[in-house]
Design a binder for this molecule. Sequence first.
Ligand SMILES: Nc1nc2c(c(CN[C@H]3C=C[C@H](O)[C@@H]3O)cn2[C@@H]2O[C@H](COP(=O)(O)O)[C@@H](O)[C@H]2O)c(=O)[nH]1
Length: 306
Amino acid sequence: MEAVRASAAWVASRSSHVKVDMLEVEKVVDKIQGNVPKVEWDFEGIHYFDDGPLTVQYLFVLDALNFCFWPDKDLSYDNLASGLKLALEKDKTALDADRLQSYTGPQLRQLLNWPRPLPIEEERVRLLHEVGMELERSFGGEAANLVKSAGNSAATLIELITRHFPGFRDHSLYKGHQVFLYKRAQIFVADLWGAFKGQNYGEFHDIKSITIFADYIVPAVLRELGILKYGSNLSCSIDSNSEIVPGSEEEVEIRACSVYAVEKMRELINKKFGKQLLSIDIDLWLWSCGVQNMALSHHRTLSIYY
Ligand SMILES: Nc1nc2c(c(CN[C@H]3C=C[C@H](O)[C@@H]3O)cn2[C@@H]2O[C@H](COP(=O)(O)O)[C@@H](O)[C@H]2O)c(=O)[nH]1
C-alpha cells in the first residue's frame, strides 16, 4: 500500500487546514510505552463466522456497504454487521452473487431489518449489484475465489479489488495530485486477517503494508488525543456538525493526515521501543476508543468510501 502511504505523506506535507502535531504523537507513544492495547477483532460479537468461504462472502458484502452511518442517529456499523449476520443465519443464500444483483432498496432494508431508508440507500444498492455482477463474471460468484487469486498478498488483493470493483476506488484529487486511501478495500483485508486469525483466507505475508482505515471515527480520536490540530474554521464546522464537502481540501487532509499520523506513530514506536507494530492493531485500538466515546464530534461527509 505504498500508494496510500506516499500520497498521505504528500498531503500532510502541504496541508493547511489540518496539522499533525509530532510532539503529541511522541507524548502518546511515551504514555503507552509502545504498547498498543490489544483489541480483539469482533470484540463486539456481531460478525458472522463459520471458518469457510461464506464468511469471506459476508465480509466482502459487509465492506462493500461499510460507509456513512451517521446521517441516521440510530444507525451504526453494528446494525450492518449484525443485520447481515442474522440474514445469513436465516438464509445461507442471501448473499449469493445472483441475489446481490437483484436487491432493491426496500429489500435491502428488510434484509438488515432496518425500518426506514438507509443513508445513501440508492448507492448501497448500486454497489451490491456491482459486487454481485463482478463476482459472477470474474470469480465464479464467490468472494473466496477473489481472495484465493491474490496468493496470500494483501497488496495484490487490494489491487484486484480496486481493479475489478470501481466502488472500492477510494481516490481523491488534492492540489492536482491523486490521493489513494482505499479505506474499504484495506478494511476487508484486515477483516479477513482478524476473522481467520491470520490463517487460511486470512493469511497475508505482507499484512504490515496495510495502513489505518481513514474513516470518520479514527480522525476524531486523533484530534481528541491532540495529534491532529484543525484550523479554526474547520474546527467550527466539525463542532457544529456542518457537512464537509466530499473531495474538498479539508476532507482529504483530515483523512490523509490521519493515515500519516499513525504511520509516524508506528515508526516512533519502532525507533524508541524496537517494536514492529501493525497499523491494523493501532487502528482497531483507536477505533474501539472512538466508538465507545459518544461525545466525540466527527467530521460529516456524505461519502460511499467510509
Ligand atoms: N478505522 C476503522 N473504521 C471502522 C472500523 C469498523 C469496524 N471494524 C470491525 C472490525 C473488527 C472490529 O471488531 C470492528 O467491528 C467500522 N469502521 C468505520 O467506522 C464508522 C462507523 O462508525 P459508527 O457510525 O459509530 O458505527 C464508519 O466510517 C465505518 O466504516 C474499523 O475497524 N476501523
